[in-house]
Design a protein around this ligand. Structure first.
Ligand code: FDA
Length: 581
């Protein structure tokens, strides 16, 4: 007898992309198996920054509390320091991740959630636990070897790494969430642009309680500019908080064109002492590894019944903290579409929108993260240390104090250079401003109005393709975020009191198309009112108009006012988006 296991969706990988895909599928009641090569989840802290969109997704999944319970809270994230060492002198500070009061307002107005910091070693188990509790068959120590696809499905060969036993998994769809060296992506021949290993970097994790040096300037990041810090790496030396304030991760560069350093305990301790500026410290080194900085993204993300997500399609340095966030968001875009096709609610052509919508995001974040890493040069230039090393570099840094024209010029240049780092640490537009153009959106030719700077500022809009704006709605006993009214399990039509007729139209279309679709009328006398009148100002359609929200909270279509025949307007929009026209 041949060993064949059957499922609807096979997910390869249990990182942020894979474990979240499994969670979304199981939450939607889609049968799925998740296989992953190692015996457990990530064994090093890796990505930490969890931005507002990712937190909204966790909120939508009902696991926001679990993530918050294990995360370092928002208000401890952002007093980011640039210094010569942690115990040494400061070169400057910048409020990051939306913690500066003026930016905090932008962040708070845009989302019910704030950016927090959770190590991947804590986040992945939460995702895996919830996915598995909700139905995912999780198989650890199980390696993807290869697959073949035909008209009806995909047959994957997997190996149980404990027994060496190989077996087949027959699925309708396959998601390759197998990371930066994705075998699935290679097997379907995804096209890429960019390069891998453009700079050398190392991670060193260690334990040392240094509260006395940091708890008056709490941040998840302390950037160190000292001899050696302009070589390779992610811009400069980094001391990264893992747990406040006794577990840390150092990121330090090396020259990728030279022999890789022979990193051992002694060398790791030396780097820790230098960056902390504590020559007598005895840190407990818990791990170290070398890795390459990548600048590479896929320009197409799928082939037939096989899709890739996460680092498999975007590879970039940790700058801007986009890695695991974007991976979770890829899967959030894909899972509801797979569910809709599996249930016969949508034609398979809906799936083409995955590449159309997420490939531009991959390009944008890879480009932004690499640019941010390179922009540290502005600070080196301001200090006049480019090309310098050792004592000369230290002397040039010291010169910023001088009561001389050169000293004054350095101080002025530093003000400007520090400002540039907002593009890494307060890039709200990059974090939230994802706008989709595809067959899963009925465009009305509009886009969110461009802001002064589209990387720094996020513009809320209901233009089809945009994410729905955030507003607080509710009633005298209950305050809810607008996104809470449009859960992942269904389509939602938002309208106002004079748009009540949409509700019966939507009811009929939902029956006709066999689609979970609910209308929410926002206004006095209804389930929720526009508590602060914010939604009225943000919705861009008239009170009688309607905004059709997809399960992933992006606007599929909108009608500026109530047409004569709302039923046919809605039918035409939905059948177009679902590929059933
Ligand atoms: P991820 O790499 O997390 O997961 C891949 C999964 O696929 C794993 O579960 C693996 O077991 C599985 N797999 C691979 N091949 C398989 C096969 N053949 N069969 C079965 N399973 C297979 N980012 C950041 O923002 N800040 C940071 O500081 C860091 N630091 C960092 C350090 C290190 C050492 C690494 C490796 C990565 C980072 N990153 C990071 C990047 C960040 O971790 C990354 O963006 C996300 O983990 C991407 O999530 P994915 O789920 O796509 O891949």
């Amino acid at each position: 007898v041949e060993d064949v296991v059957e499922t609807d969706v096979l997910v390869v990988g249990s990182g942020p992309a894979g474990s979240s895909a499994a969670l979304f599928l199981s939450t939607l009641g889609v049968d799925n198996i998740m296989i992953t090569k190692y015996r457990w989840t990530a064994n090093t802290p890796r990505a930490h920054i969890t931005n507002q969109r990712a937190m909204e997704i966790f909120r939508d999944m009902g696991i926001e509390d679990q993530v918050l319970a294990d995360a370092t809270p928002h208000d401890l994230c952002g007093d980011t320091v640039f210094c010569t060492s942690i115990a040494g002198e400061e070169i400057g500070r910048i409020k990051t991740w939306g913690t500066r009061p003026d930016r905090e307002a932008d962040y708070q107005l845009a989302s019910p959630c704030l950016t927090v910091d959770i190590p991947q070693t804590y986040l992945e188990p939460i995702l895996v636990r919830n996915a598995t509790t909700r139905g995912t068959q999780s198989r650890f120590s199980t390696e993807y070897l290869s697959h073949v696809q035909d008209e009806d499905g995909v047959t994957t060969t997997a190996r149980d790494r404990l027994t060496g036993h190989e077996y087949k998994i027959r699925s309708k769809f396959l998601i390759g969430a197998d990371g930066a060296r994705s075998k699935v992506a290679e097997d379907i021949g995804l096209p890429y642009e960019g390069k891998m290993d453009i700079a050398g970097s190392m991670n060193i994790t260690f334990k040392a309680d240094i509260s006395q040096l940091v708890d008056h300037r709490p941040s998840v990041l302390y950037w160190v500019i000292q001899p050696g810090s302009n070589v390779g790496g992610i811009g400069t030396g980094l001391v990264r908080m893992v747990r406040p304030w006794d577990e840390w991760l150092i990121v330090w560069g090396y020259d990728i064109n030279e022999e890789p350093p022979n990193l051992d305990d002694e060398m790791a301790k030396g780097i820790v002492r230098d960056l902390l500026g504590m020559p007598d410290l005895e840190p407990e080194i818990t791990g170290y590894s070398l890795w390459g900085v990548n600048e590479m993204y896929a320009t197409h993300l799928q082939k037939g019944r096989v899709f890739c997500a996460g680092d498999a399609i975007h590879r970039h340095p940790p700058s801007n903290g986009l890695g695991s966030n974007t991976s979770v968001q890829d899967s959030y875009n894909l899972a509801w579409k797979l569910a809709a096709v599996l249930r016969g609610q949508a034609d398979a052509s809906l799936l083409e929108s995955y590449s159309a919508e997420r490939a531009p995001v991959a390009k944008r974040i890879v480009t932004r993260a690499n640019r941010s890493a390179r922009e540290f040069i502005d600070i080196f230039e301001a200090l006049g240390v480019v090309g310098l090393d050792g004592d000369e570099m230290a002397k040039a840094i010291e010169e910023r104090k001088a009561n001389t024209p050169e000293g004054a010029a350095k101080r002025a240049a530093l003000v400007k250079a520090m400002d540039t780092k907002n593009y890494e640490f307060n890039a709200h537009g990059v974090e939230l401003g994802q706008f989709y153009e595809s067959n899963a959106v009925v465009s009305d030719g509009t886009r969110p109005a461009p802001t002064a700077d589209e990387d720094l500022y996020y513009q809320m809009s209901t233009s089809p393709g945009a994410h729905i704006p955030h507003a607080w709605v509710g009633n005298n006993v209950d305050k809810r975020a607008l996104m809470d009214l449009a859960p992942y399990s269904r389509w939602t039509l938002l309208t106002g009191v004079t748009g009540e007729a949409w509700a019966s139209a939507a009811g009929k279309i939902a029956d006709e198309l066999g689609l979970p679709l609910e209308t929410v009328v926002i206004g006095p006398g209804h389930e929720v009112t526009d508590l602060y009148y914010d939604w009225t100002k943000l919705r861009e359609v008239e009170e009688s108009g309607a905004v059709l929200v997809r399960p992933d909270k992006h606007v599929a279509w909108r009608s500026m006012s109530l047409p004569e025949d709302p039923e046919s307007a809605l039918r035409s929009a939905l059948t177009q988006v679902l590929g059933r026209a």
